[in-house]
Ligand binder design. Sequence first.
Ligand code: PLP
Length: 431
Amino acid sequence: MEHQWLPFTPNREFIADPKMFGSAKDAWFYDLDGRPILDAGSGLFTTPAGHCRREIADAVYAQLQELDFTPSFLRSHPKSFMLANRLAELLPAGLDKLFFVSSGSEAIDTAMKICLTYHRARKDASRTMFVSRERAYHGVNFGGVALAGMINNRRHFGGIVTGAVHMRHTWLPDNLNVTGQGLHGGRELADDLLRLIQLHGAENIAACVVEPVAGSTGVLVPPVGYLERLRELCTAHGILLVFDEVICGFGRTGENFASQTFGVTPDIITMAKAITNGAIPMAAVAVSRTVHDTIVNAAADGAIEFFHGYTWSAHPAACAAALATLDIYRDDDLFARGRAMSPILLDALGSLRELPLVAEVRGIGMLACVELKSDGAPGRRGHLFQKRLYDAGLHLKTTGDNAIVSPPFIFTAEQVAQTVQILKQTILELP
Ligand code: PLP
């Protein structure tokens, strides 16, 4: 325990009381003594098909014996093109050029650079500002941190995180405890983009970046009309609309992407996490034909069009893992399984609303949040909750006083009931 420094973790506390996983299978983690811990978080929104899928392991093993690495600059390999084709089939029509990276944070910074390069290619280079939202999470690289709307992720990083301005978040008391989309305030909330346009000038704004459902901050489902109005405003003012679907993508909200669940098509979609069912780091940016062609056609013959890329972009093992994952999603009709399990999950979680310490239960698809009332120090009760849940045999992500429930789509009704039972018992015992 001497040498590792853990991310987003109180390290001294962890070393004193380590919470480790030794193995995993299907909807279960197992600790180092083999104690089962029900995974109601799909790992970290990564693993909707359940853990340790043989098909993915076999595909990665075979790939590493055939072609272990290809540089992604000036060289490529067939599986990266096959994967781009398969993703294009799942994405909304027209959003069908794929740029591969290895994490959600890389995907967001890549998307931001694509936006800047697009406007420059159109000779509209004053568009350099980004609009994002309060309570947003877009990863931890500097672009994503500039967009971020969660204070602890921004406050220590000073001047580098300027360049983005923030709309209001989408939580409204009028929509309290709603399952699915709230009915109130959607267009009005989106009109906050107009305020920023009026303040800064549309001619200076490159893009508006939002998570369709804000995930890490505690599952804020957009009210009816919100995303539609953002799309309208972006189109009217020449601003690109980017959906960060790092959590929402791959069936989490019901359809392939949240864009399809809500019927709103952005210009760019970022995705990561479930793209390989969590088995290998991999992520991607899906770009509209228009944006892609504008950038690529603006460059002289033989010139690099976009000065960006990573050593690990489209790594062969990651592509093999993603292709095997997409096969599982298709062959097991997994997103339909998630859609069928969603009402059972959301109904069962709804029963927690009656507990005195529960402030709200909200959610959509296989993504829900149980928000606890604060004990006066924001996040303190949530932190204790998270530790006790592990001890009680349940894994999920908490942020602040929010417990985010995002089970794998293979979850059974019995596992839903087990999850709710552990949540209930643990909440009842909280101070
Ligand atoms: N964007 C969103 C919406 C996320 O939820 C996350 C991670 O949870 C990221 C970006 C960053 O992804 P990563 O941790 O893979 O860099």
